[in-house]
Design a protein around this ligand. Structure first.
Ligand SMILES: [Cu+2]
Length: 111
């Protein structure tokens, strides 16, 4: 009986670890619309995330854009999405090369 209880504890702890790992592997959504990147529908210049977070940029609207950062580069399009997982601490600049001069840039701060 005691063995059974400890087996149950091990299983429960393993499940808890797996679930917390899933919680850490979060995805942050960023909109690509107008001449801006947006979080929660609002134009944003800065996004703070934890290491291991995936950022997913999704296009909407009719203006073609691209999303370019260190280690990833989308095509120029007006629909679809691109995801990038940030695995190292640091501050990363992400731009749309077409509208950089118009202010379409953002910083992703990874802690
Ligand atoms: Cu653009």
């Amino acid at each position: 009986m005691r063995k059974l209880v400890s087996l149950f504890v091990v299983v429960a702890l393993t499940a808890a670890l797996v679930m917390s790992a899933v919680a850490f592997a979060a995805t942050k959504k960023v909109g690509v619309k107008g001449l801006a990147f947006a979080v929660g529908g609002k134009p944003t210049k800065s996004l703070k995330i934890k290491r291991g977070t995936t950022v997913k940029w999704s296009w909407s609207g009719s203006i073609p854009h691209n999303v370019v950062g260190k280690g990833f580069k989308s095509k120029t399009t007006s629909k679809g999405s691109i995801s990038h997982k940030f695995t190292k601490k640091g501050t990363y600049t992400v731009i749309c090369t077409l509208h950089k001069a118009a202010g379409m840039t953002m910083k992703v701060r990874v802690s």
